[in-house]
Design a protein around this ligand. Structure first.
Ligand SMILES: *[C@@H]1O[C@H](CO)[C@@H](O)[C@H](O)[C@H]1NC(C)=O
Length: 396
C-alpha cells in the first residue's frame, strides 16, 4: 500500500519536474548564448593596445600622418586633417598645384576652408610657392634652385603599374598624395559619405533606360586584359564601346548625358588590378551618371570598403562572362532588383576629399618629413597583379 502510494506520488511529481528541468535547461542555454555573444561583442569593441597607445600618444587628437598610425587603424585620416585647429597667428600660404597643361593658368583664393590660402597653377609662381603639389611627369619643370623651405607634395594618380620609376625624387619629396592609405594625404577619387538622416524617397526612377552596357575607353591594351573580357561579354549582351577603342569618341559632357539617359550598366574597368586602386571610372563615370558600375580592378573587399552599399557588380563574382551576362539580363527585366542598386542614393552621397584645404591647414604646423627612397615606397609593395601582360607605361 505504502509502495503504491509512493509510486503514485512519484508519478505525480516527476512530469512536473521534467518540465521544470527542460525550462531550466532552455533558460540556461539562452543565458549562456547571451553571455557568449556579449563576450564576443566585448572583444570586438575593446580597442587594441596599439589603438590605446596612440590615443595616449596624441593626447586625444586623431592621427594626421601615417607614421602616427602605422597599422592604418584610423583609415584615410581625411576627417582628422580637415579638423586640424591651428594655434597662434595664421598665415596665408601660396600653394602651387599642377593641372592639365591645357588648363588656363591662374591664381585663386581657397575659400571653403577655415584658413585662406592662395592656390595657383601658374608656372611663374613655381619658384616662390610655399608648397608644390605635382605628379611625376612634372620633373622637367621643377626648378633646380628650390627655395629652402618649399615643401614638395608628390601626387600619384596612377597605380604603381603605370607609374614611372621614381628614383629621381628620392630625398626630395616631403609628402605623398595618392589613393593609398599609407600616403600622407590620402586622395581617393571619390568618398562615400552617409547623410546624417536618410532621404525619404529617391529623386528619380532609374529603370526607364533602354540600352544595356556602355564602356568608354581610350587604351585598349592593358595588363588586366579588360578588353578581352568586354569583347567576350559582348557575345551574350549588348556592349557599346566608345572612345579610342570603340566606335565613337565622346566629350566628358556628352558621355555624362549618354550614360544618364540611355545605359543601364557601365564597365568601370580599371587599367590595372591593384589593391584599393579605384578611380574616377567608378566614382565619376558610373556613380555620378546613374549607371550600375560593373567593376574589374581592385579586389571586391576594397570596393566594399570604398563604395556606397550595394552599388556595384564585381566581375570576380561570376565564373564567366556568360554568367555575368545572364545576371545582367535578369536585372534588365526586373525593375525592382535593378533599382536596388541605387537605393544608396537615399542614404549618402559621393564627396571630394578636399585636398587643397587639408594641405593649407597642414602648412600652419608642419611635421618635418623627407622620403629618402621614394621609388621603394611606391613600387616596393606587392599590391598589384602584374602576372597577365607586361605593363605598358602611362596607360589611362
Ligand atoms: C623637405 O624636403 C627637403 C629636401 O629634402 C628638406 O631639405 C626639408 O628639410 C624638408 N622640409 C621639411 C619641413 O621636412
Amino acid at each position: 500500500m505504502l509502495h503504491q502510494m509512493e509510486k503514485a506520488a512519484t508519478e505525480a511529481i516527476y512530469p512536473a519536474r521534467r518540465k521544470v528541468s527542460t525550462r531550466v535547461l532552455l533558460f540556461a542555454l539562452l543565458l549562456s548564448t547571451l553571455m557568449v555573444m556579449l563576450y564576443f561583442r566585448h572583444i570586438e569593441s575593446t580597442p587594441s593596445l596599439e589603438y590605446v597607445q596612440h590615443q595616449v600618444k596624441f593626447e586625444g587628437r586623431l592621427p594626421i600622418l601615417p607614421e602616427e598610425d602605422p597599422h592604418l587603424l584610423y583609415g584615410d585620416r581625411i576627417e582628422a586633417q580637415l579638423a586640424q585647429e591651428p594655434e597662434g597667428s595664421l598665415h596665408s600660404y601660396l600653394i602651387f598645384q599642377q593641372f592639365d597643361d591645357n588648363t588656363e593658368q591662374t591664381m585663386w583664393l581657397l575659400d571653403q576652408c577655415p584658413i585662406k590660402c592662395m592656390m595657383t597653377n601658374m608656372d611663374a609662381h613655381i619658384a616662390s610657392a610655399d608648397a608644390m603639389i605635382f605628379t611625376p611627369d612634372f620633373i622637367d619643370r621643377i626648378p633646380l634652385n628650390r627655395r629652402q623651405h618649399q615643401l614638395w607634395f608628390l601626387q600619384l594618380l596612377e597605380s604603381p603599374v603605370n607609374t614611372p620609376n621614381l628614383i629621381d625624387f628620392n630625398g626630395k619629396v616631403n609628402y605623398t598624395v595618392s589613393y593609398r592609405w599609407d600616403s600622407d594625404f590620402v586622395a581617393p577619387y571619390g568618398r562615400y559619405v552617409p547623410f546624417a538622416k536618410p532621404k525619404a524617397v529617391l529623386d528619380k526612377a532609374m529603370s526607364r533606360k533602354k540600352k544595356n552596357v556602355a564602356w568608354v575607353v581610350s587604351h585598349c591594351l592593358t595588363a588586366n586584359r579588360r578588353m578581352q573580357y568586354a569583347e567576350k561579354l559582348a557575345k551574350y549582351i549588348d556592349v557599346d564601346i566608345y572612345g579610342e577603342c570603340g566606335k565613337q569618341t565622346l566629350s566628358q559632357e556628352e558621355m555624362g548625358k549618354v550614360l544618364q539617359n540611355d545605359y543601364k550598366f557601365y564597365l568601370a574597368f580599371e587599367n590595372s588590378n591593384c589593391n584599393n586602386y579605384i578611380t574616377e571610372k567608378f566614382f565619376e563615370n558610373a556613380l555620378r551618371n546613374d549607371v550600375i558600375p560593373i567593376v574589374m580592378g581592385a579586389p571586391k573587399e576594397d570596393y566594399l570598403k570604398a563604395a556606397p552599399p550595394n552599388s556595384f557588380i564585381h566581375v570576380d563574382d561570376y565564373e564567366s562572362e556568360e554568367q555575368l551576362a545572364t545576371y545582367l539580363k535578369f536585372l534588365t527585366t526586373n525593375v525592382y532588383a535593378y533599382n536596388e542598386y541605387f537605393a544608396w542614393k537615399r542614404l549618402g552621397r559621393i564627396e571630394d576629399s578636399n585636398l587643397p584645404c587639408r594641405v593649407c591647414l597642414f602648412l600652419q604646423q608642419v611635421s618635418p618629413k623627407v622620403y629618402e627612397d621614394m621609388e621603394e615606397w611606391w613600387h616596393g609593395k606587392k599590391e598589384c597583379m602584374y602576372n597577365i601582360e607586361p605593363p605598358a607605361p602611362f596607360i589611362q
